[in-house]
Ligand binder design. Structure first.
Ligand code: UGY
Ligand code: MN
Length: 248
């Protein structure tokens, strides 16, 4: 925590979007997540339909599901995490990830000093479709595809393109000066975390300078656009609702 002597922060919270920057983080302890400090970046209290957590692990860090019926996406920012799920016994390092299924059959332990980004939501089942199983992956092994043919905006899709999944988790990489090709508006929410670099994010009718370590919530239909600045590439990981119709 950096003491504030001015009352100034880049964080900015609104009914349809929020920017949460590191100087306003308030860590807390959750009962199911032992030996870790958790910053709740995005939650239902904000108006979101999902949660996004930033976790810093102390000695003996152990984590189990927070509530029944939730699915989780774990992305290792730094350090190492052991994932136990049924017969699976995986060890994940930096920029490796796991989808943790809504059956709740998983537990984590992590090395002291590890930092994790976690997305969570109540799984939305589709009639007649089996829920996804726990899986793992490594960002380095996911192909980068030009977004809408733009070589300056490369997209990595981390979860399978399968109707069983009700969300997508992607990484966007922009060259300096690269932009989202359009100002988007869509019913699906986003939760975003800047992995690297800097830029300007348009959210609704405001333009925010953003940088590594910032988190953003975009509510339904919020206008969104990004331009990367700086002298090296910028990358963000983001959550998106997928494969499900809007509310009737
Ligand atoms: O997938 C998306 O909707 C993405 N293009 N949005 C974003 O990066 N703000
Ligand atoms: Mn979008």
């Amino acid at each position: 925590m950096t003491p504030s002597h001015t009352g100034i922060t880049r964080s900015s919270v609104h009914v349809d979007h929020a920017l949460i920057t590191p100087e306003s983080h308030v860590p807390l302890h959750l009962p199911a997540w032992q030996g870790v400090e958790t910053v709740v970046l995005i939650s239902a209290e904000m108006g979101a339909g999902f949660s996004q957590y930033l976790v810093t692990c102390g000695a003996g860090a152990q984590m189990t599901p927070l509530r029944p019926g939730e699915e989780y996406f774990l992305f290792v920012l730094e350090g190492t995490v052991a994932v136990g799920a049924g017969e699976r016994d995986w060890h994940l390092g930096g920029e490796e990830f796991a989808y943790l299924a809504s059956d709740g059959d998983w537990q984590l332990s992590a090395a002291e000093g590890s930092r994790l980004l976690i997305f969570a939501r109540t799984y939305a089942a589709l009639a007649g479709v089996e829920a996804p199983h726990t899986l793992r992956g490594s960002l380095a092994e996911v192909a980068k595809e030009p977004f809408l043919g733009d070589e300056g905006a490369l997209l990595q899709v981390l979860l399978p393109d399968d109707i069983a999944f009700d969300w997508g988790i992607n990484v966007f990489e922009f060259v300096p000066g690269g932009t989202l090709p359009q100002v988007e508006s869509h019913f699906m929410e986003h939760g975003l975390y800047l992995l690297e670099g800097q830029g300007v994010y348009r959210l609704s009718d405001s333009w925010y300078p953003v940088q590594q370590g910032d988190a953003i919530w975009m509510g339904p239909y919020v206008l969104q656009w990004f331009a990367a600045t700086g002298k090296s590439n910028s990358r963000y990981i983001y959550y998106k609702e997928m494969q499900r119709a809007p509310l009737g």
